[in-house]
Write a protein that binds this ligand. Structure first.
Ligand SMILES: [Zn+2]
Length: 75
């Protein structure tokens, strides 16, 4: 896929770390699959992956955690 930010690079599959600050909870998720631009480093995360991230954030909030560090596990 061509990068829409720099319009020069193309993306390569990789993994990234995502941090989400939501309400009283901060969740850091490692190993999130993403397409990463080889030129500018922009990261593209697909909609299914974002849904999984939201589930992880939701369960951390239910557990009443202030800070959670999770490894992303593809469903
Ligand atoms: Zn780019």
């Amino acid at each position: 896929m061509k990068c829409i930010v720099c319009k020069k690079g193309s993306t390569e599959p990789g993994a990234t770390t995502v941090s989400i600050d939501k309400g009283a909870t901060i969740v850091v998720i490692r190993g999130v699959p993403a397409a990463i631009c080889s030129t500018c480093g922009e990261e593209y995360i697909n909609a299914d992956t974002i849904k999984d991230i939201e589930k992880i954030v939701g369960s951390a909030q239910k557990a009443g955690l202030n800070i959670a560090v999770q490894q992303f596990n593809a469903a």
